[in-house]
Design a protein around this ligand. Structure first.
Ligand code: GRF
Length: 202
């Protein structure tokens, strides 16, 4: 299985995938990395000799046009699974339809709880006793697609957001790697969801 990984930040989840894929027995390879901004994590791709590029939304007339350009680049890379690993941007509907259901995201909460960009902060603000991580198929909503795998993390009372997020990420990286491995080996099937829009004959 060939992966295109999308990032915005430090790319520690990308690094976990690259490290896993360095093992010849791992059934997936990272073939391209794309960021929407000058992401620090691009250095992990460069270090591993994986083609990496920044595709900036502001260089396009619309979000859809950005998504179309990104989709074209991903197709050119030969990837057959898109992994959003810390991409802090909502993928446009046209992009989602182009790859569904072969695009997944990792989110630092137990969805459907705490969707959106502030999942860790929101779990703390809610006074939750636990939170966690979800790997799910991306659909046209925000963090709403079919859940593939989840893992729980207990919240330490009074814990700062960055420390909780770091503990979540320690669980998140192996969960993402295991999910990708299971998709690649066929142990986990991607659900065919509503976002596939099959063409109905008239
Ligand atoms: C991850 O927790 C991801 O779920 C979130 O942002 C973090 C990205 O971390 N939305 P990294 O860039 O992979 O280190």
């Amino acid at each position: 299985l060939s992966l295109a990984v999308l990032i915005s930040g430090g790319g520690s989840n990308l690094k976990a995938l690259l490290d896993a894929a360095a093992d010849p027995d791992f059934p997936a390879r990272v073939v391209a990395v794309f960021a929407d901004t000058d992401a620090e994590g691009l250095a992990h791709a460069t270090a591993a000799d994986i083609p990496a590029a920044i595709v900036r939304p502001r260089d396009f007339a619309s979000r859809e046009a950005w998504g179309d350009a990104l989709a074209r680049r991903i197709r050119e890379s030969g990837a057959d699974l898109v992994v959003s690993a810390g991409l802090m941007r909502i993928l446009p509907a046209g992009f989602v339809r182009a790859f569904a259901p072969r695009l997944i995201n990792t989110h630092p909460a137990l969805l459907p709880l705490y969707p959106g960009a502030h999942a860790v902060r929101d779990a703390l603000a809610a006074g939750a006793a636990e939170t966690g991580v979800t790997v799910h198929v991306i659909d046209e909503g925000v963090d709403t697609g079919p859940v593939l795998r989840q893992a729980r993390v207990a919240i330490v009372p009074g814990e700062p957001e960055n420390e909780l997020h770091e503990r979540i990420k320690q669980i998140e990286r192996p969960l993402l790697v295991a999910t990708v491995r299971d998709i690649a080996s066929g142990a986990l099937e991607l659900p065919v969801g509503a976002s596939e829009h099959p063409i109905t004959p008239h």
